[in-house]
Design a protein around this ligand. Sequence first.
Ligand code: C5J
Length: 230
Amino acid sequence: MRTPVAGSARLEIDARPFVFQAPLYATALVIIDMQRDFIEPGGFGASLGNDVGRLEPVIPVARRMLDAWRAFGGLVVHTREAHRPDLADCPPAKRLRGNASLRIGDPGPMGRILIAGEPGNQIIDALAPIAGELVFDKPGKGAFHATGLHQQLATRGISHLLFMGVTTEVCVQTSMREANDRGYDCLLVEDATESYFPEFKAATLAMITAQGAIVGWTAASARVLDGVHA
Ligand code: C5J
């Protein structure tokens, strides 16, 4: 179970484009799709021709953030991009697009690609969820589409979200934009997210913070952790 968060604990993070403030009890850490399917050879990311090794450096940073957040007693949410074994939640437009070497549902070296319950679909061991943390399987890129995430956050009085995970410009950015439209204040942890394309990560960070935080805030993990005042 989650340790109750002290009522007076606050976040005051030296973020871009300006300070991000939130009560700790109203803030959740949302970890997007840190799954073998995206990070290890033989999964969905590799089947699309990506260099999955590019995502590895994010793992120790995400782990440090997760350990700290658990110690603070904050709510942790994990997502997995996952489809039902019968593919009823996978539109043909998603499955058939492009020229992948293996498509969603095809058997691969880590089991069926992007299918719930398969070995490749699991969150990597370093970031595996523990009791008391929320885990959502999502059939889309965004964490709010066809999941109960918004309701679960509302039930817990969560109004602020810290995002980490992969990939920056696809599932992370989509989820952050969905959250923004639902009224959450969102911060993306810069060194705890990664893309197969460095230029897309850079563009995403710039887009988020432009125009006075039009989508939200960004900050390095060290600044986030320095900004927690118990
Ligand atoms: C992708 C994701 N890149 N988790 N999914 O297809 O970003």
